[in-house]
Design a protein around this ligand. Structure first.
Ligand SMILES: Cc1cc2nc3c(=O)[nH]c(=O)nc-3n(C[C@H](O)[C@H](O)[C@H](O)COP(=O)(O)OP(=O)(O)OC[C@H]3O[C@@H](n4cnc5c(N)ncnc54)[C@H](O)[C@@H]3O)c2cc1C
Length: 433
C-alpha cells in the first residue's frame, strides 16, 4: 500500500501525494482538511481564484454546524454568517404561508444560517492551507490517467498556462456538477444538447432589502422555484432555477433586457413577497448564472475515482441541502479512508471496499433527500400543481416544517461518535494545527 500517513510528508518526488482532491468547494476543502489533519499529504486543485461569488442560496443547515466546528471554522462561520434561520415561508403570487423551521436537537447548533460563498469557501480553503494541504490555485484539472492506486492528474495553471503532472494513489473528484471535466466521458454531450426542461440557475445579492431576518421564503412560479434569505452584513440573497423554455419565452417578451434582469422582473411579478422585499433594495454586483443543472446520482461509475459533493449527486436546490450533502459526503468518505480497521495490504482491494461502503452509505443517507426535493420542485414549478400545493400548505403549514425536517435540515449523515473517535485518533501534531 502506498499510503503511509505518518511518514508521507517528505516524499522525494514533489509531485507525489497521498491524495489529490479536485475542486475547493465545500466538499473538496472538507475532504482535504480531514485527510491532511490525519497526516496525509494532500494536493487540492482549484481552477478559480478566491474569493469568488457563486450561484447558491447560501443557507447552511443546522446539521452542518458541528462539522464546521470540527473542521476548525465554526467560530469564524458563526461570526460572519447572517441571523439564525427560524422560519420558512412559501410564496407564490399574492399568497404566503409561514411555518417554523425545525430546530436541531443540539442547543448549541440549533439553527442554520446563511453566508456568502465568497466567504464560506475562502474560510474552508484558508483552513485547508493552515493544516498543511498543498493548494494549487488557480490550477485546472485537464486529465486523469492511470488506475486505482496509481493516478496521474495533469493540471494547468490558469494564469501562466504551465502544465504539471501530479501523482497519487487516490483521487477525490469534488469538482461540482456545473462544469464538465475536460476528459469526462460519462457525461459527454450533457451540455451539448439543450432541452426546454433544462434548469438554469441564477443568483444576486441586494442591499437595503426589507426581508424579515431569520425567515427563509421558498418562491414558486410557473417554470421555476427559488429562495430568499438575509445573509451576512444584512445582505439579501436571492437564488432561483428556471426552465430554459420558460426563460426563453420571458426573454422574447423583453429582448432588450439581460437574462438576469428578466429573472428579477419575473420574480417580482410572480411573488408579491419578492416585490415587497426588494422595493427599496439595490442590487450589489451582477446576476450570476449557471447551468444546466443536472439533479441526480452520479455514483456507480466503477472508474475508481471517489466522488463527493455535487460530483457524487445533486438534489434540486429547492431544499437548499447541496452544501450539507457536500460537507457530509466528504466526511463519510474520509471516515472510511481514515478507519485503520479497513486498511488492506492490497491497495486496489482496500479502495474498492471503501467505494462500496461509501456509495451504499451515500445512497442510504441522501437518496431520500433527492427524491423529496425532486417531488417538491416539480410541484412548485408546474402551473397545474403549484396552486393546490399552496392551498394544502395554507391549511397545514406544518407540512413545510415536516418537509424541512425530512429534507435534512436537522439530520446529519455523519455519526458524531465516529467523528469524535476519529479526531481523538489523530496524531497530536495534527490536532495542534
Ligand atoms: C440556485 C441554487 C441555490 C442553492 N442554494 C443552496 C442553499 O441555500 N444551501 C445549500 O446547502 N446548497 C444550495 N445549493 C447547492 C450548492 O450550491 C451545491 O450543492 C454546492 O456548491 C456543492 O458543493 P461542491 O463542493 O460539491 O461543489 P462546488 O461548490 O460547485 O465546488 C466545485 C469547485 O470545483 C472547481 N472546479 C471545477 N472544475 C474544475 C477543474 N477542472 N479543475 C479544478 N477545479 C475545478 C470549481 O471552480 C469549484 O470551486 C444551491 C444551488 C443552486 C443552483
Amino acid at each position: 500500500m502506498n499510503i503511509k500517513p505518518d511518514t508521507a510528508r517528505g516524499y522525494e518526488d514533489p509531485n507525489s501525494y497521498d491524495a489529490i482532491v479536485i475542486g475547493a468547494g465545500p466538499a473538496g476543502s472538507s475532504a482535504a482538511i480531514l485527510l491532511s489533519r490525519a497526516g496525509w499529504l494532500v494536493a487540492l486543485v482549484e481552477k478559480q481564484s478566491f474569493p469568488r461569488r457563486k450561484v447558491c442560496g447560501e443557507c447552511i443547515a443546522a446539521s452542518n454546524l458541528p462539522l464546521l466546528d470540527a473542521l476548525g471554522i465554526g467560530l469564524e462561520f458563526d461570526d460572519a454568517a447572517g441571523p439564525e434561520l427560524r422560519k420558512v415561508a412559501l410564496m407564490r403570487g399574492n399568497r404566503q404561508v409561514v411555518a417554523n423551521l425545525p430546530s436541531a436537537s443540539n442547543d448549541q447548533y440549533a439553527w442554520g444560517k446563511a453566508l456568502g460563498r465568497e466567504v464560506l469557501d475562502s474560510l474552508l480553503l484558508d483552513r485547508a492551507r493552515l493544516v498543511g494541504v498543498h493548494v494549487l490555485q488557480p490550477w485546472s484539472l485537464l486529465n486523469i490517467t492511470g488506475n486505482v492506486g496509481n493516478w496521474h492528474c495533469e493540471i494547468r495553471a490558469q494564469d501562466s498556462g504551465v502544465v504539471r503532472s501530479l501523482l497519487a494513489p487516490i483521487v477525490i473528484d469534488a469538482h461540482g456538477s456545473w462544469e464538465e471535466l475536460p476528459f469526462a466521458r460519462r457525461r459527454e454531450n450533457h451540455h451539448a444538447v439543450h432541452r426546454g426542461s433544462d434548469l438554469l440557475a441564477f443568483k444576486a445579492n441586494f442591499r437595503h432589502a426589507t426581508l424579515e431576518e431569520g425567515l427563509l421564503p421558498i418562491l414558486s412560479f410557473d417554470g421555476g422555484y427559488g429562495g430568499m434569505v438575509v445573509a451576512a452584513d444584512a445582505m439579501t440573497t436571492i437564488a432561483c432555477c428556471i426552465r430554459r423554455d420558460r426563460l426563453k419565452a420571458y426573454r422574447a417578451s423583453a429582448p432588450s433586457l439581460s437574462a438576469g434582469d428578466v429573472v428579477e422582473a419575473l420574480l417580482k411579478r410572480a411573488c408579491k413577497g419578492v416585490c415587497v422585499a426588494l422595493h427599496t433594495a439595490s442590487r450589489e454586483g451582477p446576476w450570476l448564472a449557471t447551468g444546466a443543472l443536472s439533479p441526480g446520482i452520479r455514483l456507480g461509475t466503477n472508474d475508481g475515482l471517489f466522488r463527493v459533493g455535487n460530483a457524487a449527486g445533486e438534489a434540486h436546490p429547492v431544499i437548499g441541502e447541496g452544501m450539507s450533502m457536500a460537507i457530509q459526503s466528504a466526511w463519510l468518505l474520509c471516515t472510511h479512508l481514515l478507519t485503520p480497521a479497513l486498511r488492506h495490504a492490497d491497495e486496489i482491494a482496500w479502495q474498492r471496499g471503501i467505494v462500496h461502503r461509501y456509495e451504499a452509505e451515500w445512497r442510504r443517507e441522501f437518496t431520500p433527500r433527492l427524491r423529496l426535493a425532486a417531488c417538491f420542485a416539480h410541484l412548485l414549478m408546474g402551473p397545474a400543481t403549484a396552486a393546490p400545493t399552496m392551498a394544502l400548505m395554507r391549511v397545514w403549514p406544518g407540512v413545510l416544517t415536516l418537509g424541512a425536517k425530512l429534507g435534512g435540515k436537522t439530520r446529519c449523515a455523519v455519526d458524531m461518535s465516529e467523528m469524535n473517535k476519529l479526531i481523538s485518533q489523530l496524531p497530536m501534531s495534527a490536532i495542534k494545527k
